[in-house]
Design a binder for this molecule. Structure first.
Ligand code: PLP
Length: 385
Protein backbone atom coordinates (compact mmCIF):
# COMPACT_ATOMS: atom_id res chain seq x y z
CA UNK A 1 0.00 0.00 0.00
CA UNK A 2 1.36 3.43 -0.92
CA UNK A 3 1.08 6.15 1.68
CA UNK A 4 -0.67 9.41 0.68
CA UNK A 5 1.60 12.35 -0.01
CA UNK A 6 1.17 15.45 2.17
CA UNK A 7 1.26 19.13 1.31
CA UNK A 8 2.66 21.70 1.29
CA UNK A 9 5.77 20.09 -0.11
CA UNK A 10 7.58 23.48 -0.33
CA UNK A 11 7.21 24.46 3.31
CA UNK A 12 10.62 23.30 4.52
CA UNK A 13 13.43 25.76 4.13
CA UNK A 14 11.43 28.28 2.05
CA UNK A 15 11.87 31.81 3.37
CA UNK A 16 8.63 33.65 4.18
CA UNK A 17 7.66 35.83 1.22
CA UNK A 18 8.09 39.51 1.99
CA UNK A 19 6.65 41.75 -0.72
CA UNK A 20 2.96 42.55 -0.98
CA UNK A 21 2.73 41.11 -4.51
CA UNK A 22 4.09 37.78 -3.29
CA UNK A 23 1.94 37.79 -0.16
CA UNK A 24 -1.19 38.07 -2.33
CA UNK A 25 -0.37 34.63 -3.71
CA UNK A 26 1.70 32.84 -1.09
CA UNK A 27 0.39 32.95 2.46
CA UNK A 28 0.65 29.30 3.37
CA UNK A 29 -2.96 28.47 2.44
CA UNK A 30 -2.54 28.32 -1.32
CA UNK A 31 -2.27 24.53 -1.62
CA UNK A 32 -4.93 22.20 -0.20
CA UNK A 33 -3.14 20.01 2.36
CA UNK A 34 -5.34 16.99 1.58
CA UNK A 35 -5.17 16.84 -2.22
CA UNK A 36 -2.62 19.42 -3.38
CA UNK A 37 -5.39 21.35 -5.20
CA UNK A 38 -4.05 24.72 -6.37
CA UNK A 39 -7.01 26.66 -4.96
CA UNK A 40 -8.64 26.34 -1.56
CA UNK A 41 -11.67 24.03 -1.94
CA UNK A 42 -15.18 25.28 -1.19
CA UNK A 43 -16.24 23.44 1.95
CA UNK A 44 -19.99 23.73 1.37
CA UNK A 45 -21.01 22.31 4.69
CA UNK A 46 -22.80 23.40 7.86
CA UNK A 47 -21.42 20.89 10.39
CA UNK A 48 -18.43 18.63 10.87
CA UNK A 49 -18.52 15.06 12.17
CA UNK A 50 -16.50 14.88 15.40
CA UNK A 51 -13.77 12.26 15.87
CA UNK A 52 -15.19 11.38 19.32
CA UNK A 53 -16.95 12.69 22.40
CA UNK A 54 -13.67 13.42 24.13
CA UNK A 55 -11.74 14.34 20.96
CA UNK A 56 -13.34 17.35 19.23
CA UNK A 57 -12.15 18.24 15.74
CA UNK A 58 -10.81 21.66 14.71
CA UNK A 59 -14.19 22.54 13.13
CA UNK A 60 -17.61 21.71 14.51
CA UNK A 61 -20.25 24.11 13.15
CA UNK A 62 -19.66 26.36 10.14
CA UNK A 63 -20.80 29.61 11.80
CA UNK A 64 -17.95 29.09 14.28
CA UNK A 65 -15.42 28.08 11.63
CA UNK A 66 -15.12 26.76 8.08
CA UNK A 67 -11.86 25.75 6.33
CA UNK A 68 -12.57 27.93 3.26
CA UNK A 69 -13.22 30.93 5.50
CA UNK A 70 -10.20 30.14 7.64
CA UNK A 71 -7.95 30.18 4.56
CA UNK A 72 -9.38 33.52 3.43
CA UNK A 73 -9.05 35.01 6.92
CA UNK A 74 -5.39 33.96 6.96
CA UNK A 75 -4.81 35.86 3.72
CA UNK A 76 -6.67 38.92 5.06
CA UNK A 77 -4.61 39.02 8.26
CA UNK A 78 -1.41 38.80 6.21
CA UNK A 79 -2.44 41.60 3.83
CA UNK A 80 -3.52 44.00 6.58
CA UNK A 81 -0.58 42.93 8.81
CA UNK A 82 -2.98 42.13 11.64
CA UNK A 83 -2.97 39.71 14.57
CA UNK A 84 -6.18 38.26 13.12
CA UNK A 85 -8.83 38.85 10.48
CA UNK A 86 -12.47 37.91 9.97
CA UNK A 87 -14.79 37.61 6.97
CA UNK A 88 -18.41 38.77 7.06
CA UNK A 89 -21.46 38.67 4.82
CA UNK A 90 -21.05 42.35 3.81
CA UNK A 91 -19.09 45.48 4.67
CA UNK A 92 -22.02 46.61 6.81
CA UNK A 93 -22.08 43.25 8.63
CA UNK A 94 -18.35 43.67 9.34
CA UNK A 95 -18.78 47.24 10.59
CA UNK A 96 -21.90 46.47 12.63
CA UNK A 97 -20.17 43.54 14.31
CA UNK A 98 -17.21 45.64 15.45
CA UNK A 99 -19.57 48.41 16.62
CA UNK A 100 -20.90 45.79 19.05
CA UNK A 101 -17.59 46.08 20.91
CA UNK A 102 -19.16 49.25 22.39
CA UNK A 103 -21.92 49.56 24.99
CA UNK A 104 -24.89 51.80 25.76
CA UNK A 105 -23.70 55.24 26.86
CA UNK A 106 -20.46 55.06 24.85
CA UNK A 107 -19.75 57.83 22.35
CA UNK A 108 -17.99 57.69 18.96
CA UNK A 109 -16.38 60.41 16.87
CA UNK A 110 -16.98 59.63 13.18
CA UNK A 111 -15.88 60.98 9.76
CA UNK A 112 -18.68 63.31 8.62
CA UNK A 113 -18.72 62.45 4.91
CA UNK A 114 -18.73 58.76 5.71
CA UNK A 115 -20.46 56.08 3.66
CA UNK A 116 -24.25 56.61 3.78
CA UNK A 117 -24.86 53.14 5.22
CA UNK A 118 -22.45 53.87 8.08
CA UNK A 119 -24.34 57.07 8.87
CA UNK A 120 -27.64 55.16 8.70
CA UNK A 121 -26.62 52.27 10.95
CA UNK A 122 -25.20 54.66 13.56
CA UNK A 123 -28.07 57.16 13.58
CA UNK A 124 -30.99 54.75 13.12
CA UNK A 125 -29.89 51.42 14.60
CA UNK A 126 -27.05 51.74 17.14
CA UNK A 127 -28.54 55.00 18.45
CA UNK A 128 -31.53 52.92 19.64
CA UNK A 129 -29.14 50.89 21.79
CA UNK A 130 -27.62 53.99 23.37
CA UNK A 131 -24.44 54.31 21.27
CA UNK A 132 -23.93 58.00 20.52
CA UNK A 133 -22.02 59.48 17.57
CA UNK A 134 -20.71 62.91 16.62
CA UNK A 135 -19.82 63.48 12.96
CA UNK A 136 -16.84 65.74 12.24
CA UNK A 137 -14.36 66.43 9.46
CA UNK A 138 -11.64 63.96 10.45
CA UNK A 139 -9.19 65.45 7.94
CA UNK A 140 -8.93 68.20 10.61
CA UNK A 141 -7.30 66.78 13.80
CA UNK A 142 -8.33 69.85 15.82
CA UNK A 143 -12.00 69.29 14.97
CA UNK A 144 -11.59 65.69 16.10
CA UNK A 145 -9.92 66.70 19.37
CA UNK A 146 -12.76 69.15 20.08
CA UNK A 147 -15.37 66.43 19.57
CA UNK A 148 -13.94 64.09 22.23
CA UNK A 149 -15.99 63.71 25.43
CA UNK A 150 -15.25 61.82 28.63
CA UNK A 151 -17.44 58.93 27.39
CA UNK A 152 -15.79 58.78 23.92
CA UNK A 153 -14.67 55.17 23.45
CA UNK A 154 -14.05 55.07 19.73
CA UNK A 155 -12.92 57.06 16.72
CA UNK A 156 -14.23 55.78 13.36
CA UNK A 157 -12.59 57.23 10.27
CA UNK A 158 -12.40 56.49 6.56
CA UNK A 159 -8.90 56.69 5.04
CA UNK A 160 -10.45 58.40 2.02
CA UNK A 161 -13.92 59.73 2.67
CA UNK A 162 -16.96 59.36 0.52
CA UNK A 163 -17.92 61.11 -1.75
CA UNK A 164 -15.45 64.04 -1.39
CA UNK A 165 -12.39 61.80 -1.10
CA UNK A 166 -10.84 63.75 1.78
CA UNK A 167 -7.85 61.99 3.34
CA UNK A 168 -7.60 61.35 7.05
CA UNK A 169 -4.18 61.08 8.67
CA UNK A 170 -4.27 57.72 10.45
CA UNK A 171 -1.12 58.45 12.50
CA UNK A 172 -2.61 61.72 13.83
CA UNK A 173 -5.89 59.92 14.61
CA UNK A 174 -4.01 57.16 16.37
CA UNK A 175 -2.18 59.68 18.58
CA UNK A 176 -5.52 61.29 19.51
CA UNK A 177 -7.21 57.95 20.17
CA UNK A 178 -4.33 56.89 22.46
CA UNK A 179 -4.44 60.18 24.36
CA UNK A 180 -8.15 59.72 25.11
CA UNK A 181 -8.04 55.92 25.58
CA UNK A 182 -10.34 55.30 22.59
CA UNK A 183 -10.21 52.55 19.96
CA UNK A 184 -9.30 53.68 16.46
CA UNK A 185 -11.44 52.00 13.78
CA UNK A 186 -10.55 52.66 10.15
CA UNK A 187 -12.73 51.93 7.12
CA UNK A 188 -10.12 51.42 4.40
CA UNK A 189 -12.49 50.37 1.62
CA UNK A 190 -11.42 53.10 -0.82
CA UNK A 191 -7.69 52.37 -0.69
CA UNK A 192 -7.47 48.61 -0.01
CA UNK A 193 -4.48 47.01 1.77
CA UNK A 194 -2.42 47.51 -1.39
CA UNK A 195 -2.36 51.31 -0.93
CA UNK A 196 -2.74 51.64 2.83
CA UNK A 197 -2.31 49.45 5.91
CA UNK A 198 -3.71 51.42 8.85
CA UNK A 199 -2.81 48.78 11.48
CA UNK A 200 0.85 49.60 10.83
CA UNK A 201 0.09 53.29 11.54
CA UNK A 202 -1.53 52.70 14.92
CA UNK A 203 -5.14 51.79 14.05
CA UNK A 204 -6.71 49.10 16.25
CA UNK A 205 -9.27 47.77 13.77
CA UNK A 206 -9.53 47.96 9.99
CA UNK A 207 -12.76 47.31 8.12
CA UNK A 208 -13.16 46.84 4.37
CA UNK A 209 -16.20 46.50 2.22
CA UNK A 210 -14.55 43.63 0.33
CA UNK A 211 -17.37 43.99 -2.19
CA UNK A 212 -15.13 46.71 -3.66
CA UNK A 213 -11.40 46.49 -4.50
CA UNK A 214 -10.64 43.26 -2.60
CA UNK A 215 -13.24 41.26 -4.55
CA UNK A 216 -12.89 43.53 -7.56
CA UNK A 217 -15.23 41.80 -10.02
CA UNK A 218 -18.78 42.96 -9.08
CA UNK A 219 -19.68 39.40 -8.14
CA UNK A 220 -19.56 39.17 -4.36
CA UNK A 221 -20.89 41.10 -1.34
CA UNK A 222 -18.46 40.72 1.55
CA UNK A 223 -16.83 42.54 4.44
CA UNK A 224 -13.61 42.07 6.37
CA UNK A 225 -12.15 43.07 9.72
CA UNK A 226 -8.49 42.93 10.69
CA UNK A 227 -7.20 43.74 14.18
CA UNK A 228 -3.90 44.86 15.68
CA UNK A 229 -3.73 42.68 18.81
CA UNK A 230 -4.50 39.06 19.78
CA UNK A 231 -6.84 40.40 22.52
CA UNK A 232 -8.95 42.24 19.95
CA UNK A 233 -8.86 39.16 17.71
CA UNK A 234 -10.41 37.18 20.57
CA UNK A 235 -13.14 39.77 21.12
CA UNK A 236 -14.01 40.09 17.43
CA UNK A 237 -14.03 36.31 16.99
CA UNK A 238 -16.44 36.08 19.93
CA UNK A 239 -18.75 38.63 18.27
CA UNK A 240 -18.44 37.04 14.81
CA UNK A 241 -19.61 33.73 16.24
CA UNK A 242 -22.18 35.24 18.63
CA UNK A 243 -23.80 37.53 16.04
CA UNK A 244 -23.26 35.14 13.13
CA UNK A 245 -22.97 37.47 10.11
CA UNK A 246 -20.30 35.23 8.55
CA UNK A 247 -19.30 34.99 4.89
CA UNK A 248 -20.41 31.78 3.15
CA UNK A 249 -17.83 29.41 1.63
CA UNK A 250 -18.66 30.16 -2.04
CA UNK A 251 -18.14 33.87 -1.41
CA UNK A 252 -14.95 33.18 0.56
CA UNK A 253 -13.65 31.35 -2.49
CA UNK A 254 -14.58 34.19 -4.87
CA UNK A 255 -13.02 36.78 -2.60
CA UNK A 256 -9.80 34.81 -2.34
CA UNK A 257 -9.67 34.53 -6.12
CA UNK A 258 -10.23 38.27 -6.53
CA UNK A 259 -7.53 39.12 -4.01
CA UNK A 260 -4.86 37.31 -6.05
CA UNK A 261 -5.01 40.09 -8.68
CA UNK A 262 -5.47 43.03 -6.29
CA UNK A 263 -2.08 44.60 -6.98
CA UNK A 264 -2.16 44.39 -10.77
CA UNK A 265 -5.71 45.71 -10.87
CA UNK A 266 -4.96 48.58 -8.52
CA UNK A 267 -1.73 49.62 -10.22
CA UNK A 268 -3.54 50.01 -13.52
CA UNK A 269 -6.72 51.57 -12.06
CA UNK A 270 -4.77 54.14 -10.01
CA UNK A 271 -2.71 55.16 -13.05
CA UNK A 272 -5.85 55.64 -15.14
CA UNK A 273 -7.64 57.52 -12.31
CA UNK A 274 -4.75 59.98 -11.90
CA UNK A 275 -4.69 60.62 -15.66
CA UNK A 276 -8.46 61.11 -15.77
CA UNK A 277 -8.41 63.48 -12.76
CA UNK A 278 -5.85 65.69 -14.57
CA UNK A 279 -7.85 65.58 -17.78
CA UNK A 280 -11.18 66.33 -16.06
CA UNK A 281 -9.64 69.35 -14.28
CA UNK A 282 -9.09 70.96 -17.70
CA UNK A 283 -12.71 70.58 -18.88
CA UNK A 284 -14.92 73.65 -18.85
CA UNK A 285 -18.07 71.54 -18.21
CA UNK A 286 -16.72 70.66 -14.76
CA UNK A 287 -16.77 72.96 -11.74
CA UNK A 288 -14.43 71.00 -9.49
CA UNK A 289 -12.49 67.73 -9.39
CA UNK A 290 -11.87 65.85 -6.13
CA UNK A 291 -8.90 63.48 -6.31
CA UNK A 292 -6.72 62.83 -3.25
CA UNK A 293 -3.65 61.85 -5.29
CA UNK A 294 -4.13 58.18 -4.36
CA UNK A 295 -6.70 55.52 -5.22
CA UNK A 296 -8.87 54.69 -8.20
CA UNK A 297 -11.92 56.83 -7.46
CA UNK A 298 -12.37 60.38 -8.77
CA UNK A 299 -15.27 62.64 -7.81
CA UNK A 300 -16.24 65.76 -9.72
CA UNK A 301 -18.96 68.38 -9.74
CA UNK A 302 -20.65 69.16 -13.05
CA UNK A 303 -21.22 72.82 -13.90
CA UNK A 304 -24.91 72.45 -12.93
CA UNK A 305 -27.39 69.98 -11.42
CA UNK A 306 -29.33 70.23 -14.70
CA UNK A 307 -26.52 68.44 -16.59
CA UNK A 308 -26.66 65.20 -14.63
CA UNK A 309 -29.38 63.22 -16.35
CA UNK A 310 -28.23 63.86 -19.93
CA UNK A 311 -24.59 63.25 -18.88
CA UNK A 312 -25.52 59.88 -17.43
CA UNK A 313 -27.71 58.97 -20.43
CA UNK A 314 -24.97 59.82 -22.95
CA UNK A 315 -22.27 57.66 -21.32
CA UNK A 316 -21.66 54.30 -22.96
CA UNK A 317 -18.93 52.62 -20.89
CA UNK A 318 -19.37 52.89 -17.11
CA UNK A 319 -21.93 50.91 -15.18
CA UNK A 320 -24.38 53.17 -13.34
CA UNK A 321 -25.14 52.55 -9.67
CA UNK A 322 -23.97 51.95 -6.16
CA UNK A 323 -20.57 50.36 -6.03
CA UNK A 324 -16.91 50.94 -6.78
CA UNK A 325 -13.61 49.13 -7.02
CA UNK A 326 -14.52 46.78 -9.86
CA UNK A 327 -12.84 45.85 -13.13
CA UNK A 328 -15.57 47.83 -14.92
CA UNK A 329 -15.75 51.59 -14.35
CA UNK A 330 -18.78 52.54 -12.25
CA UNK A 331 -20.47 55.91 -12.19
CA UNK A 332 -22.38 56.85 -9.06
CA UNK A 333 -24.54 59.89 -8.41
CA UNK A 334 -24.07 59.93 -4.61
CA UNK A 335 -27.26 61.95 -3.98
CA UNK A 336 -29.26 59.20 -5.74
CA UNK A 337 -27.21 56.13 -4.89
CA UNK A 338 -24.61 55.74 -2.13
CA UNK A 339 -25.94 58.63 -0.02
CA UNK A 340 -29.66 58.31 -0.74
CA UNK A 341 -30.08 57.06 2.86
CA UNK A 342 -28.69 60.35 4.24
CA UNK A 343 -31.58 62.77 4.96
CA UNK A 344 -32.04 65.40 2.21
CA UNK A 345 -31.23 68.35 4.49
CA UNK A 346 -28.01 66.68 5.65
CA UNK A 347 -27.05 65.90 2.03
CA UNK A 348 -27.65 69.54 1.07
CA UNK A 349 -25.54 70.72 4.03
CA UNK A 350 -22.67 68.48 2.88
CA UNK A 351 -22.93 69.61 -0.77
CA UNK A 352 -24.11 66.22 -2.03
CA UNK A 353 -26.33 67.45 -4.88
CA UNK A 354 -27.14 65.87 -8.25
CA UNK A 355 -24.18 67.61 -9.90
CA UNK A 356 -21.74 65.61 -7.78
CA UNK A 357 -20.48 62.52 -9.62
CA UNK A 358 -18.30 59.72 -8.26
CA UNK A 359 -16.34 57.76 -10.84
CA UNK A 360 -14.70 54.47 -9.91
CA UNK A 361 -12.11 53.79 -12.58
CA UNK A 362 -11.95 50.27 -13.99
CA UNK A 363 -9.59 48.49 -16.34
CA UNK A 364 -10.81 50.07 -19.57
CA UNK A 365 -8.33 51.92 -21.75
CA UNK A 366 -7.87 55.52 -20.57
CA UNK A 367 -8.40 56.91 -24.07
CA UNK A 368 -11.72 55.11 -24.44
CA UNK A 369 -12.85 56.46 -21.07
CA UNK A 370 -11.82 60.00 -22.01
CA UNK A 371 -13.64 59.81 -25.35
CA UNK A 372 -16.81 58.55 -23.66
CA UNK A 373 -16.66 61.23 -20.96
CA UNK A 374 -15.85 64.01 -23.45
CA UNK A 375 -18.86 63.12 -25.58
CA UNK A 376 -21.24 62.96 -22.57
CA UNK A 377 -19.91 66.17 -20.99
CA UNK A 378 -20.28 68.09 -24.27
CA UNK A 379 -23.81 66.86 -24.85
CA UNK A 380 -24.96 67.50 -21.24
CA UNK A 381 -23.46 71.01 -21.26
CA UNK A 382 -25.21 71.95 -24.52
CA UNK A 383 -28.55 70.54 -23.40
CA UNK A 384 -28.43 72.32 -20.01
CA UNK A 385 -27.48 75.70 -21.56
N1 PLP B 1 -17.79 51.35 3.79
C1 PLP B 1 -17.65 52.02 2.64
C2 PLP B 1 -16.64 53.11 2.56
C3 PLP B 1 -18.45 51.72 1.54
O1 PLP B 1 -18.31 52.40 0.38
C4 PLP B 1 -19.41 50.68 1.65
C5 PLP B 1 -20.30 50.32 0.53
O2 PLP B 1 -20.36 51.02 -0.48
C6 PLP B 1 -19.53 50.01 2.87
C7 PLP B 1 -18.70 50.36 3.91
C8 PLP B 1 -20.54 48.93 3.05
O3 PLP B 1 -20.14 47.77 2.41
P1 PLP B 1 -21.16 46.66 1.83
O4 PLP B 1 -21.93 47.32 0.72
O5 PLP B 1 -20.26 45.56 1.37
O6 PLP B 1 -22.05 46.27 2.95
Amino acid sequence: MTSSPTWPRRSTGTPAPKTFATRLLHTGHEVDPVTGAAAVPIYQVSMFDQPGLETPGEFDYARSGNPTRKALEGVLATLDEGAGAFAFGSGMAALSTVLMLFSAGDHLVVTDDCYGGTYRVLTRVFSRFGLKATFVDTSDPEAVRAAFRPETKGLLVETVSNPFLRRTDVKAMSALARTYGALLLVDNTFLSPYLSRPLTEGADIVVHSATKFLGGHSDVIAGTVAVRTPELAKEVYFLQNAVGAVLGPQDCFLLQRGIKTLQVRMERQVRTAAALARWLAGRHEIEKVYYPGIGAVVSFRLASDAMTSSFVEALKLPLLGVSLGAVESILTVPARHSHASVPAAERERRGITDALIRFSVGLEDVEDLQADLANALGRAFREAA
